[in-house]
Design a protein around this ligand. Structure first.
Ligand SMILES: Cc1ncc(COP(=O)(O)O)c(C=O)c1O
Length: 372
């Protein structure tokens, strides 16, 4: 029996909703697109929502809509999924990394000001693993320096900080719906903003640069095909309608892990930070001091051999080979990120993980730690 790292949670309602679209005439640019966008904007509390075919394309369109391009810099974190940085590079701008807070694992607001230059156009924070801690302080710094905040909220649908929902902190924000996320559309993403200009620009850019009044074969600007089909949107509408239930299921799984690993002093186990309503994306424990990278990797391998899927979220972005080649980064540039990254173990985590499965994971992990 495999215990999976992640699994989608698809009910008969989702299947029926997708089949209904398939039986109808509108597979794309039909009514489900507007319905999904409106439901999403309402849930987050922004004026506009623009659906796209991935979180990555959403972040890229944010850069273009904000006019960020060659010669510009965007401050972000090196402890994230690669797309937070590559979206900036796709627009021709430079990602400038700022090291993280060792507790929240988010970009450390205290380090940001030293990295702001005349070329800085935006700050792109990530709520890593669903944790929104530090966003408020980051936004204050951005405001002081008149910088746009592009919130990469791909991991944090449903999280809030001091009662304010993730996705409302930035001038523009992006969610992702890959199947390991809180809700999935298969592939997909959503851009959120209160700014009509930015939303309209994203709508044009996702649809081949088409304008509002220029017809199917009229193109106002260089655009892309980043549309999200009605099939995906129908799936997303039902998933979004279940978000409270999904959050509660994930919170329960996190609680089981916290309880079963409470006596384990070789691990730092994640908890919900003060002031945060956490929508758990993944459950990442960290080895305490005394374990090397080789240790950690051996632990991952042994767990996998015992049919328990685990992962090493995240290797530092700045040390990915193409980043080293392009920007000349090296070991030691972002020491907290590098130290944290060597110790992480993402455990199986999804809506329908059972208490028995969590118990097997915890028991196996403890046995593997004993042997290492
Ligand atoms: C922080 C972060 N940013 C961006 C993305 C990119 O989203 P997508 O895979 O939908 O392109 C992801 C997830 O995959 C992510 O975790």
């Amino acid at each position: 029996m495999q215990i999976y790292l992640s699994r989608p949670d698809i009910t008969a309602k989702e299947i029926e909703a997708v089949c209904e679209v398939l039986r109808g005439p509108n597979l794309s640019l039909g009514p489900k697109l507007a319905e999904f966008e409106q439901a999403f904007a309402k849930y987050i509390g922004t004026k506009r929502a623009v659906a796209v075919n991935s979180g990555t394309s959403g972040l890229f369109l944010c850069m273009l809509a904000l006019g960020i391009g060659p010669g510009d810099e965007v401050i972000t974190t090196p402890f994230t999924f690669i797309a937070s940085a590559t979206a900036v590079m796709m627009a021709g701008a430079r990602p400038v990394f700022v090291d993280i807070d060792p507790v929240s694992l988010n970009i450390d607001p205290a380090n940001i000001e030293a990295s702001i230059t005349a070329k800085t156009k935006a700050i792109l924070p990530v709520e890593v693993f669903g944790n929104p801690a530090g966003l408020d302080r980051l936004c204050e710094i951005a405001q002081k320096h008149n910088l746009a905040v592009v919130e990469d909220s791909c991991e944090a649908l449903g999280s809030a900080l001091n009662g304010k929902k993730v996705g409302t902190f930035g001038k523009i924000s992006v969610f992702g719906f890959y199947p390991n996320k809180q809700i999935t559309t298969g592939e997909g993403g959503m851009i959120l903003t209160d700014d009509d200009y930015l939303a309209d620009m994203c709508i044009s850019l996702r649809n081949q640069g088409r304008g509002k009044d220029n017809g199917w074969l009229g193109h106002d600007r260089l655009g892309y095909n980043f549309r999200l089909s009605d099939i995906n949107c129908a799936l997303g509408i039902v998933q979004l309608s279940r978000i409270d239930q999904i959050k509660a299921k994930r919170r329960q799984v996190a609680k089981w892990y916290q309880e079963m690993l409470a006596d384990e002093d070789r691990l730092t186990v994640p908890t919900e930070p003060d002031g945060c309503d956490m929508s758990w994306f993944v459950f990442v424990v960290r080895l305490t001091d005394g374990f090397s990278l080789e240790h950690r990797d051996r632990i991952l391998q042994t767990m996998r051999h015992q049919n328990i899927q685990v992962s090493d979220y995240f290797p530092p972005v700045h040390l990915q080979p193409f980043m080293v080649e392009q920007f000349g980064y090296s070991q030691g540039d972002f020491p907290i990120t590098e130290a944290v990254s060597k110790t992480t173990i993402a455990l199986p985590f999804h809506n329908n993980l059972t208490k028995d499965e969590v118990a097997i994971v915890c028991k196996t992990l403890k046995e593997v730690l004993d042997k290492n």
